[in-house]
Write a protein that binds this ligand. Structure first.
Ligand code: PEP
Ligand code: MN
Length: 346
């Protein structure tokens, strides 16, 4: 439930609304807006008596949020959320961000080289998993904590921000020490104890859509993170399981405008896992930016043929350079711009 205050409502009137919400046994979240302040009532189980709030001084209207998810919905917050990362990088505003790097961290040389290459091409965030949720237990599972150290090294060398995956609540603690964005992978989208840990970790979260998750389920998972107090959630469309084996997944481009309509949270696109095929990644990355994605996440490897995971969908560095040139032009056509890495200080 959302209590919208009149334009010019006084601080005392807002405080009174907050006090009544608390008295009713719920949490209140005050959201100052450009025009008017709104107070969200969190934890509504459908039994709140709206008349207690409607009659208070300064209250314009009480809105019942119709969606099963509340705090992530546009009904709750009309303005798009802009997430501020380090180094002046923002996600969800006018800028389109590129997150790029290998599927997994393999060695110091590999990750540092990849970081330098993607930075050179124009990425602002380095990706690379230290823990890999692989379909087969016999494939490379990632380097674990030593992999995080290598990511920290690559961060130092390149100045890029780092986005990497945590697979369990303990991993969230470790990843939080190094990463600028904590990634929750597709296979863990509905791992509720992990979502709660992510909600308490104090770092922005990248939440990937589950392999067979609906958009509503994706938004409900994001709601878990916001409900724990972390409002910095970036959603990610990474393809869903279809019946056609021609591509690894069905890359659901429509999810981008659909999510933008339903939620104020930013959404980026991962055409690498979305298609699984190197030559399909490039056109779908371009399409995602044209569709309004707030960023792209692309797997790029210094030597894809030697990659320990997802080599077939990893771009060669020069392909990524070309892709970045193209997406800069596409972003401009729709009134946006691609975020550029800060110049390296001498
Ligand atoms: C990844 O981005 O490294 C990854 C494993 O992707 P997903 O969770 O979307 O499969
Ligand atoms: Mn991968």
């Amino acid at each position: 439930m959302l209590i919208v205050m009149r334009h010019g409502a006084t601080a005392e009137e807002i405080e009174k609304v907050v006090a009544v919400i608390k008295e009713l046994g719920y949490q209140a979240r005050t959201m100052p807006g450009a025009q008017r302040t709104a107070v969200g009532l969190v934890g509504n189980d459908g039994r709140v008596d709206a008349s207690r709030l409607e009659g208070l001084a300064g209250v314009q209207e009480v809105i019942h949020v119709s969606k099963p998810y509340k705090q992530v919905s546009r009904e709750w917050k009309g303005e798009s959320t802009v997430i501020r990362l380090g180094g002046g990088v923002t996600v969800g505003g006018a800028e389109v961000v590129a997150i790029a790097g290998p599927c997994s961290v393999e060695s110091e040389k590999q990750i540092v080289t990849a970081a330098q290459q993607v930075r050179e091409a124009g990425a602002v965030i380095l990706r690379g998993g230290a823990w890999k949720p692989r379909s087969s237990p016999y494939t490379f599972q990632g380097l674990g904590r030593p992999g995080l150290k290598l990511l920290a090294r690559a961060r130092e060398e390149s100045g890029l921000l780092v986005c990497t995956e945590a697979m369990d609540p303990e991993g969230v603690r470790w990843v939080t020490e190094v990463a600028d964005i904590v990634q929750i992978g597709a296979r863990n989208m509905q791992n509720y104890s992990l979502l709660k840990a992510a909600g308490r970790c104090g770092k922005p979260i990248l939440l990937k859509r589950g392999l067979s998750a609906t958009v509503t389920e994706l938004l409900l998972s994001a709601e878990y993170i916001l409900a724990e107090g972390n409002h910095d959630v970036i959603l990610c469309e990474r393809g869903i399981r279809g019946f056609d084996p021609t591509t690894r997944n069905v890359f659901d481009l429509t999810a981008i405008p659909v999510v933008h309509k339903l939620s104020h949270l930013p959404i980026i696109a991962d055409p690498s896992h979305g298609t699984g095929l190197r030559d399909k990644v490039i056109p779908m990355a371009r399409a995602a930016v044209a569709a309004g994605a707030d960023g792209i996440m692309v797997e790029v490897h210094p030597d894809p043929e030697q990659a320990l995971s997802d080599g077939a969908q990893s771009l060669f560095p020069d392909q990524f350079t070309q892709l970045m040139r193209e997406v800069r032009v596409i972003a401009e056509v729709i009134g946006r711009r691609v975020a550029e890495p800060a110049p390296v200080s001498a």
